[in-house]
Design a protein around this ligand. Sequence first.
Ligand SMILES: [Zn+2]
Length: 353
Amino acid sequence: MVEFSDFHVNVSNQQVSDILNAHGYDSYGNYCSVRDYFSEMSGGLLDYTNEVVGPIRLPKPRQYYATNPMFKTVLDEVAATGIDLSNFDSRDENIIDAISFIYAGRTLYQDWLWPHNHILNWGHGGYRANFYQVSSLGDDVSTMSIGTFAHETGHMLCRFPDLYDYGSRDGDFEKSAGMGRFCLMSSGNHLDAGKTPAPICAYLRDLAGWCRRKKINRRGQYHAEHGKYNEVHFFETDRLNEYFLIENRSQLGLDTHLPSSGLAVYHCDTLGSNEWQGGTAEKHYQCGLLQADGHLDLEHNANVGDSGDLFSERTGSFLARNTAPSSLLWDGSDSGLTLRNCSAPGHLMTFET
Ligand SMILES: [Zn+2]
């Protein structure tokens, strides 16, 4: 924890430790602790805890540290407390696995205080820093939230990419909404003021190795259970990098504050980029939500999600080669995927292929 000459930390070390580490945490409107969030997303495979140190008081006003990075100074102070850095070297490589800086006050979206994940060149007593993340603590205990801390942790621990569109990467200079509010790694960290962030979407959970793939290539009826984060419905194509994923995103649990309720269908291409909103054969999203209303609002940056984006209560074919949106592959060829007869949103949704 870091504080400044003009912004002081006014929550206790224990309160911060609780929101990060406690089991069954639900204080101040938060859905759960950061630890329970990642445990739920990973089907219990990732147990991530933080040891809280500080607050470390920096001598200058907060604004100064937007342009003058504080990180090494803070870690010098932390090392001076005599903390045993070997506790954070899980692979015995003399590398500190992960370091999170949380600073006093609401988020300052500016330079080095803009919440981010990066690499730090710092060492002490034979141990070297590596990945770190920074985010804010909020004004007081009532505004503490898990959303942005969890988003930056997604980068830091899991090496997840952002699934929104900066408008400045991969040779593309137009902004779009990417996955909008539908994934923690897009802008879903902001749902419910960060207290009930969106889940990590099935595309990233699957790449992390947290999901069992339930193949839906055979014609049949399938059941999608809400909140079963260790499983995903998977439609295979004849390309290794391109496929469709389906999951139940009814407005329950961590999805309570989503703009839409129902079945989410993602068109995935691990060789794509969420900078590429154009949807051409060469340049398209790596994970795009097939918005049920066919408006492409996320690609057009018209919104970050709306009530028409997920599928529910459909009779007959609702996603096929000749529907809008369609189940065509990015090069325009037929993927073979047809979805029919989708039930209403709820804990258990059914659909047919
Ligand atoms: Zn990010």
